[in-house]
Design a binder for this molecule. Sequence first.
Ligand code: 5AD
Ligand code: SF4
Length: 462
Amino acid sequence: MKTTNYMEDLIKSVRKFTESKDSPPLACVHSFGCQLNFSDGEKIKGILMTMGFGFTESFDSADIIIFNTCAVRESAEDKAFGIIGSVKHLKEKNPSLIIGLCGCMANEDHVVERIKKSYSFIDIVFGTSALDELPKLLLDIFNGKKRAFDTTEYNKPISEQMEIVRDSHFKASVPIMYGCNNFCTYCIVPYVRGRERSRNHNAIIAEVTKLVEDGYKEIMLLGQNVNSYGNDLSDGISFSELLRELNKIDGEFVIRFMSPHPKDASFELIDTIIQCEKIAKHMHLPVQSGDNEILKVMNRKYTIEKYLEIVDYARQQAPDFSFTTDIIVGFPNETEEQFNATLNILRRVGYDNVYTFIYSKRSGTEAASIDDSISYEEKSKRMRTLLALQREIAIERYKRFIGRTMTVLVDDECKSTDGWVHGKSNEFIIVEFKAPKELVGKFVKVKITESKNWAVIGELID
Ligand code: 5AD
Ligand code: SF4
């Protein structure tokens, strides 16, 4: 990690360039992918702000555009390359425009090669743990270097010094750890985000305390595998202990986290969630497949029986406990029977929401070398079957709330219905109701009247 003085000197040097302009140059940071990546985007904006940049949402008015990319599926990479290609003409019109690429794709060798060869209009490239190198890379460009890359290292210690420009004024993401040690055979993340590194618990508690003081109502703790939090620290505390400490912070707020790994999900974690009043009674617990043989080839390190023990334990203690999950459809050579086992898991658990992905081959992962006999058409068909089933399950599950009053954090106005807003219940279920937009960012009580397959509908209680 670079010393504070070294960073400060670099930031000062960049400021000389930004302050020499009539008005602050504008940065556009465009993030793709998961919440961890968006959280990195907020840090990148923090660094840009300390260097004297202002912000814009539009590519056309930007002096620097940074694409913070996702590598989890091929479709995410294609989307990123598509959007990046669409700004090439801006660079042709304005050669002083700086274009940067960072995030998970910047740690993939084949992507870096492609950028070097075919995307000469990209000026700077930096990997997932090189965010604090941005001032150095920018300075290189300001000093006349043609292109600046820092993509080799992805295991650096965590810097606690960075400023953050938050995207929301009432919902905050707080990474508690970075990286992943699990090497699920389909997943690129351990290769692009390095090994698990946990943040110091005092730094996390201080950050959350400050956020609550500043009026934040939802704190989302983030990590690739949050329940291994602290395993890499000699003076650390466990994830459950961390949750109990955060629960002690005074104020009106809800604590969420994403994502735990089923192999490390324990009864103790469930007890903690149920006993701590500020922790949402919801767990996003990615099951990926309902078949033990597939789970083994995926290297998931749990069986469906072990997974169900956790679900059943939670539901015994709190019958409304909400589970959501991730499913990969069409893992190489997944049989019809194995796919049916996944459908059965959906029925058995009764998820409130399911995020479904068609398997995407990621070069460098173990599963990429498996010859696959299942066609893309078949995989798409299975995906549609699964989504249709989940819609039926959701509409039935949500009926449990009809006639009851839910506490809802209001997220935004409804795009489709004037005068309506939507928010999330404690169980992470979407709630739609008629209310003024001034309630956005506040907790309100809503009486549920109807169940849809994507949300519940209700009436605001004064
Ligand atoms: N193909 C499809 N889905 C994937 N995921 C991770 N890697 C892949 C892949 N190669 C999904 C998993 C994970 C979620 C974040 O993305 O379901 O839980
Ligand atoms: Fe995408 Fe995964 Fe990287 Fe998040 S960690 S940005 S989902 S590849």
